[in-house]
Each structure stands twice: as structure tokens, then as C-alpha cells.
Write a protein that binds this ligand. Structure first.
Ligand code: SF4
Length: 429
């Protein structure tokens, strides 16, 4: 965890909805998040839990029929606060600015400079008809123009050298895709930074000449072009094989150590979370249901969903154990199908009568940084109040418990014990 605990981003009460023909989909509901400068914050959950919509909401990438319907996204940037205070005083709180209350034009200018995003599928993120070097140089050029434009907020925040001549050329000749020599050189140094061998030659190659891992590195280079305050990595290793996954995680780790970069990491993989993150938010059905430090969530978790996720991690040390899938499916999030109950209740092995009203988020006992949206944070499980198994109808059970690979020399262990951070590949610290 970073030594400073200065918040870089505070998300408060964020709700993002999609208005579809089938009805209103509540993809993200009343979500709170705090990301400290220099930290890696992980959001983990199954597909359809709202992780990527959260990231896209922060990046202002929600498109119709989607809409951020309520909430605040406070970003710490003193220069931006000073620049917008006169016209948008209500959007400023000290050095924080509420991104949802400033003009679209200003918000857009923060993409790539203040916030960058790397996506799951690098192949669809590059233009196949331009070389990787050209595309990177263009990304650098855009940031350099932003820095050089005397009217931009960024010009006041960066002292980067960019000649007035280059700026004038770039604005007069946009159709010529003017890219300065400095931007080309910076593109090559970015390729070198992310570990692309022979970056000068590689810069002249097209995306199809790169392997999946190399392209993912190039996408990280592109995201770093604007030296963003926050890098959002949405499932950055999902499309890669395990060896390349490890290399990309090493690279992100190294970049974090070298640059002090803040990262929001979105993944369904608890092993990735255990390895990379300082803090974690477990997301289910559009809500963060448990959050805290890595140790809080892995070793002292309260929410049955967190327990279920951890229980489904294969344990290579104990070959022959059983993986326990969580029965049922993530709910549709259609407004008309969401009752006012705990959203996990139909899958929860500890559902009680108390869970039929929507639980608020409360601090876990004795902690002000470990919060849980579950009645078990305040009371013990009471079997006499348990809901009958068929209360919500017959659950759609995807599978029986799955046997882990069994080694010849090890007997089948007794029932799995409480999963821990160490199980997930973390160091337990
Ligand atoms: S509130 Fe009840 S149903 Fe929901 S996760 Fe907690 S125990 Fe399970």
C-alpha cells in the first residue's frame, strides 16, 4: 500500500442505468469507492456484476442507452479546480472537482491525460492500417498538443516542452495528421518502457505483426502516453495465456513502482487481485458488497459472496480438493425483477428473514476501512430464521462441486477450510 493515503478519486453514490427495450437495467447502483494516490485498487466479481460499467462511468465512456443517473465523482486536481472554480463553483470542493458537474468538453479533455484505460482485447483497440509506432506517436501528439494549448487546463499543470511552432502546425494541418519528431521519439521510448524488444524496428510494424502479449504491452504504452494520474485496467490479462499474463502483471507492477502510478484494476480473477492490489472491492449485481484492504477481504471476509468467490479458487497445493461453485446466476438487474431484498439472497447459503430488506453498507466490527453490505456484519447467522431452500424457487445450479486435479500421492482432503489470501496466491501480508 502507498505510504500516502491521499485520496485521488472519490466516487459517491454512483448509479448507472441502461434504458433498453426490455426495461431499465440497473448496472451500477449507489456505488461508493475511494482510490488513494499510488494504490492499486481492485474490483472483482463475476461477469455481469457491473465492474466494467463502473470503470467506463469513471472514464465518461457510457453511451446511449446508458446514462449515469446520479452520484458524484470527485477527482483531486488542484489546477483543474482553480480553472473551473469561477464558472462551476458548485463542482469544486478544495482541490477536488466533481467530474459529473463540469462541462462535457472539459471532462473529455481529461481522457488520456488524467485517466487512461487499457482494455481486454488489444486487437480491437488498434487500427490495423497504421503502424503501432504511428498510433502511439499520435497518442503522444494529442497529449502534447493539450499541454501546449495555452487555453487548456493541462497547459497549466504540465511544464512539458512543446514548441509553439509544432502547436501551430498541428492545429493548422490537422488533416495531414501532423506528428512531431519528438512525439515519434517518445513513442519509441514508450515501447521500450513496456519491454518491447527492438522498439525502433517494431514501431514500424503493423498490429497484426505483433503477438497478443506484445500488443497488450503496446496498448499499455499507449495508455501511458499522457502520463495519466489513474490507469484503469479492465481485465488486462484475460485474453492472454498464463505466461504472458504473468509478464503483463509484472510490467504493471514495475510501472507502478517506478512511476508511483495509481491503478484501478478490474478483474474476475482473485489471483490477480491477491498479487497486485492494496485494496479490494467485491462487486455483485451492481453493488460493492464488501471492501477493505487485501487482508480484510481475503482473510477476514464477512459476505457469503466473497466467501463463495474464494472457495472457487483452485488450490494447487492441495490437489484433490473440491471446488465449490456458487449456485445460481447473477441476476438480470432489470429494474422490474429486482426486489427490495439483498441481491445475493437467492444464492446465499445463509439467507434469513432479515435479508428480505435491502441491507445497508456497514463497517465490519472494529474496522473503519472494512465495510460490508450484509446483515452478518452486525449479527450472527440464526438457523431458526433461515429461509427455506425453495423460497426463491428452484435455483439454477450450474454444477455440482468440481473435483480439483488429484495427485497420485496425496489423499483426498477433508472438506475445504476457510480460503485465505495465501490460497489465492498472495503473500498474506
Ligand atoms: S444479507 Fe443475507 S442473503 Fe444477503 S449476503 Fe448477507 S446473509 Fe446472505
Amino acid at each position: 500500500m502507498s505510504e500516502s493515503t491521499e485520496a485521488l478519486l472519490r466516487v459517491e453514490g454512483l448509479s448507472t442505468r441502461f434504458f433498453t427495450e426490455q426495461g431499465q437495467v440497473n448496472a451500477v447502483s449507489d456505488l461508493d469507492l475511494r482510490i488513494d494516490r499510488g494504490d492499486v485498487y481492485g474490483i472483482v466479481g463475476e461477469s455481469g456484476s457491473g465492474k466494467s460499467v463502473t470503470a467506463r462511468s469513471i472514464m465518461d465512456l457510457i453511451e446511449s442507452p446508458g446514462e449515469i443517473t446520479s452520484g458524484e465523482i470527485w477527482y483531486r486536481n488542484g489546477e483543474l479546480a482553480a480553472a473551473v472554480e469561477d464558472d462551476h463553483g458548485h463542482a469544486v470542493d478544495g482541490s477536488f472537482v466533481d467530474l459529473l458537474e463540469i462541462p462535457e468538453r472539459v471532462r473529455r479533455s481529461l481522457r488520456g491525460t488524467s485517466f487512461s484505460m487499457i482494455f481486454q482485447d488489444p486487437e480491437s483497440s488498434f487500427n490495423p492500417s497504421l503502424t503501432v509506432g504511428e498510433q502511439l506517436a499520435e497518442a503522444v501528439e494529442v497529449q502534447r498538443r493539450a499541454s501546449a494549448n495555452p487555453r487548456s487546463t493541462r497547459a497549466r499543470t504540465r511544464s512539458e516542452e512543446y514548441s509553439l511552432g509544432s502547436f501551430v502546425l498541428s492545429t493548422m494541418l490537422p488533416s495531414k495528421r501532423y506528428v512531431s519528431e519528438e512525439s515519434r521519439e517518445r513513442a519509441i521510448s514508450l515501447l521500450e518502457l513496456v519491454g518491447i524488444p527492438d522498439p525502433v524496428e517494431r514501431a514500424d510494424e503493423y498490429p497484426h505483426e505483433y503477438s497478443g502479449g506484445m500488443l497488450q504491452r503496446a496498448m499499455i504504452a499507449q495508455a501511458l502516453a499522457g502520463e495519466p494520474d489513474l490507469l484503469i485496467a479492465d481485465e488486462p490479462t484475460t485474453a492472454l495465456d498464463v505466461t504472458i499474463q504473468a509478464q503483463i502483471l509484472d510490467l504493471l507492477d514495475e510501472l507502478k513502482r517506478e512511476t508511483g502510478m495509481t491503478i484501478l484494476l478490474i478483474t474476475h480473477n482473485l489471483g490477480v487481485i491477491a498479487r497486485m492490489c492494496d485494496r479490494v472491492g467485491v462487486m455483485y449485481a451492481g453493488e460493492i458488497v464488501e471492501r477493505g484492504t487485501l487482508a480484510d477481504v481475503f482473510d477476514d471476509h464477512v459476505h457469503p459472496y466473497t466467501h463463495g468467490l474464494l472457495g472457487s479458487i483452485p488450490d494447487v497445493e492441495r490437489a484433490g480438493g473440491r471446488l465449490e461453485p456458487i449456485p445460481g446466476n447473477v441476476p438480470s438487474l432489470l429494474d422490474r425483477e429486482m426486489g427490495d431484498r439483498c441481491r445475493f439472497a437467492d444464492r446465499c447459503p445463509k439467507a434469513m428473514e432479515d435479508c428480505l430488506s435491502h441491507p445497508p453498507e456497514v463497517d465490519a466490527e472494529g474496522s473503519d476501512h472494512h465495510a460490508v453490505r450484509c446483515v452478518l456484519a452486525e449479527r450472527s447467522y440464526d438457523e431458526s430464521r433461515a429461509l427455506p431452500d425453495d423460497y426463491f424457487g428452484e435455483p439454477d445450479r450450474p454444477a455440482e462441486a468440481v473435483d480439483e486435479p488429484q495427485s497420485d500421492d496425496e489423499p483426498l482432503p477433508a472438506e475445504r477450510t476457510q480460503p485465505t489470501l495465501e490460497d489465492a496466491g498472495g503473500d498474506g501480508s
